[in-house]
Design a binder for this molecule. Structure first.
Ligand code: ADP
Ligand code: MG
Length: 686
């Protein structure tokens, strides 16, 4: 049942109740009306005509115009899913996939997972026999190509949110262009909220000559069609900060309170960067309600970020109760991927978290960076959907004009390319440099990635993928270093333990996040802490959780996030199945944790660090790039500072911090990656 926001006495506290079920006729009619009111509805015939007659159709339309939820339905209604075919729509974000799929299932009056389904990593809510409209992440579609390189099940592939230019979207576009040549009956729709139409159109046109040579058969027009959906956004008044805010979380909170005090009804959408600052802002606002009762009662604060439990995600779409004001605090997922109704005020911090990779230091991490002007305009636009709105930018106008870049750099030009290259190689694309990218990655990043793959034992001297390790790695939907660690665990006889660690590493955090309980949390951590470091500590926690009978009380008592632990169980189950499929024997090393660390080293050898001898403040340097790094305060090895460590994640704030850390013996590095540490390079990399 869908949760619903219910009015309450205290203000700010949430209750869920299942929504009353509609008698079928009524619910259906009202949804039908809503559908017809969307801007894209007027273009239904035009869209269907263009898709019919063109191999590629590019559709640009403002956020909320109905592209994602409506176009797949139009295609279905027009027969594109007949005869067992499937219409598929990709999204860069997992949360968006879940959300739009459940909305479309609701609009079509079907059960999610049947006629309408979705697939994201570790979660498949679809049924190949009956699913006709499917939503998935672009990454999942890339993986599907390993089993079915021409994606023959799909009649229409809609690559949505193309303006985001995620790495997977870009790879996918390159591959789809190749597939099109082999499958003239396939239709592509590239849709996005802004710009890029010209760029995309040029990209798909580039292959024109070759195609004309290849076939004289009648088919769709190769020249891409472009359609622009005219929205009906209202004016948004922009307010700038007079001075830069020293603490944008605090500034966002104060702005929300000010709007609530002075402005008429209407919901507020706040853009922050990630779970940490969003949780902090939610907490500050909730405290405000508690201490300052009267003035700030009447608003309901909801966080929105990926990794949020499903029920919480759906709350942000629930209608705001009368007399209340909804405050949604979100990552940039609400910028274009999800449309929230009823937003009249937007508070824009001016930041987002983005992946950044430096091929010189070989370090990739998520960093907080200023958004582009294009993003700032999108964010402001969210306030003008229902009536004229207001946007409060927590930065100065000068900053907007002079210091923000025009548009963001495509992710592929700022990412580590290791997993991208493995995937392309596994798909038989050997000439990576000559691949037809919408935007080419940098040669430095490419060479770095080839080097790492060579040391991981995935490529041979000719840069060809080596089986079986390379193909095994391509099968595991995780970072290649984690995949390598899993594959190595087979020979160390500790696959059970390593799979647990891999599952923990693929979620954000297993600890509850809250400000002000640091001491209690540190004490809880000590109960599980292992001298060997965080990875063995994870194993202790997992064991404790199982011994408690997977109890939520146990989690609560130990400051462990129960939802995260359930997720770990789920992912662990999936990884076990994948491991078995690629021939890894499930085996436990019992209490021999040395082999566990050796397996971790086999995957993450590139992240080995050594404590600087003269350092009094715990400074380490990476063996490879001599980069300064420190152990993160959340690690059990914080202040212990062993001489040799290896990390599996890095966060950068004021400094670079290693977050999940284990002690190692340096001799393991030579065993794990002799080439890497002897600085020998295969000849083709010179
Ligand atoms: P676009 O892709 O053009 O940005 P969408 O198709 O996502 O537009 O949204 C169209 C409409 O559907 C919007 O009014 C939006 O509020 C509504 N909608 C989308 N997802 C949901 C959901 N999960 N719950 C309720 N309404 C939704
Ligand atoms: Mg959309």
């Amino acid at each position: 049942e869908k949760p619903r926001l219910v009015d309450d006495e205290e203000g700010g506290v949430l209750f869920f109740t299942p929504s009353p079920s509609f008698s079928s006729g009524y619910g259906y009619a009202s949804i039908e009306k809503q559908r017809q009111r969307l801007p894209v509805y007027k273009y239904r015939t035009a869209i269907l005509y263009l898709v019919d007659t063109h191999a590629t159709t590019i559709i640009v339309g403002e956020t909320g115009s109905g592209k994602t939820t409506q176009i797949p339905q139009y295609l279905k209604e027009a027969g594109w899913a007949d005869g067992g075919r499937v219409i598929v729509c990709t999204q860069p974000r997992r949360l968006a996939v879940q959300s739009v799929a459940s909305r479309v299932a609701e609009e079509m009056g079907v059960k999610l997972g049947e006629e309408v389904g979705y697939t994201i990593r570790f979660e498949d809510v679809s049924n190949p026999d009956v699913t006709r409209v499917k939503f998935l992440t672009d990454g999942v579609l890339l993986r599907e190509m390993m089993d079915d390189p021409l994606l023959t099940k799909y009649s229409v592939i809609m690559v949505d949110e193309a303006h985001e230019r995620s790495t997977s979207t870009d790879i996918l576009l390159g591959l789809l262009k190749k597939i099109q040549r082999r499958r003239p009956e396939l239709r592509l729709i590239i849709s996005s909220a802004t710009i890029e139409a010209r760029l995309m159109s040029d990209f798909f046109r580039r292959s024109k000559k070759r195609r004309d040579h290849e076939s004289d058969e009648p088919g769709p027009q190769v020249e891409p069609a472009i359609l622009s959906v005219e929205g009906r956004g209202f004016n948004v008044e922009i307010n700038y900060a007079e001075e830069p805010a020293p603490d944008y979380v605090q500034a966002a909170v104060s702005t929300v309170l000010l709007i609530h005090e002075r402005e008429p009804a209407g919901d507020i959408l706040v853009f922050l960067t990630g779970q940490d600052d969003i949780d902090a802002a939610v907490q500050l606002l909730t405290e405000e309600v508690r201490t300052n009762g009267k003035k700030s009662s009447g608003f309901i604060v909801l966080p929105l970020y990926s990794g949020l439990p499903r029920a919480d995600q759906e709350l942000v779409f629930s209608p705001t109760p009368r007399g209340k004001r909804k405050v949604v605090i979100s990552t940039n997922i609400a910028e274009t991927s999800l449309t929230l109704e009823g937003i009249v005020y937007v508070v824009d911090s001016g930041f987002s978290k983005q992946r950044f990779y430096n091929p010189i230091s070989d370090i990739e991490n998520l960093v907080m960076v200023p958004i582009s002007r294009a993003s700032a305009r999108q964010r402001a636009g969210r306030a003008g959907r229902v009536r004229p709105g207001k946007c409060y930018r927590l930065y100065t106008e000068e900053y907007f004009l002079k210091h923000m870049s025009d548009a963001a750099i495509p992710e592929i030009q700022r990412s580590n390319l290791v997993s991208c290259i493995i995937q392309l190689k596994a798909l038989g694309i050997d000439n990576i440099l000559g691949f037809d990218w919408p935007a080419s990655p940098s040669p430095e990043a490419m060479i770095r990635a080839l080097e790492v793959l060579y040391s991981l034992g995935v490529l041979d001297d000719d840069a060809k993928l080596i089986s079986p390790t390379g193909f095994q790695m391509a099968e595991i939907p995780l970072d290649p270093m984690i995949s390598k660690m899993i594959i190595a665990s087979n020979q160390f006889g500790c696959s059970e333990e390593i799979i647990t660690i891999a599952a923990v590493l693929s979620i954000q955090s297993i600890w509850v996040s809250a400000r002000g309980i640091q001491r209690e949390m540190d004490e809880a951590k000590l109960r599980f802490a292992a001298a060997e470091g965080d990875h063995v500590t994870f194993l202790n926690i997992y064991k404790g959780f199982l011994q408690s009978g997977k109890s939520s009380q146990w989690c609560h008592k130990n400051f462990i996030n129960y939802h995260s632990m359930k997720k770990v169980l789920e992912i662990r189950g999936q990884l076990k199945r994948i491991a078995q499929r690629i021939g890894i024997a499930l085996k436990s090393c019992e209490s021999d944790v040395q082999v566990v660390r050796k397996a971790v080293t086999a995957g993450f050898f590139a992240n080995a660090c050594r404590l600087e001898a003269y350092s009094h403040n715990g400074m380490y340097k990476t063996i490879r790039g001599s980069q300064e790094v420190y152990i993160h305060p959340s690690s059990v090895l914080f202040r212990v500072n062993p001489k040799w460590v290896i990390y599996t994640s890095l966060v950068s704030t004021d400094k670079q911090y290693m977050r999940n850390v284990s002690t190692i013996d340096p001799s393991w590095l030579m065993e794990a990656a002799p080439h890497f540490y002897q600085q020998q390079r295969p000849h083709h990399l010179h």
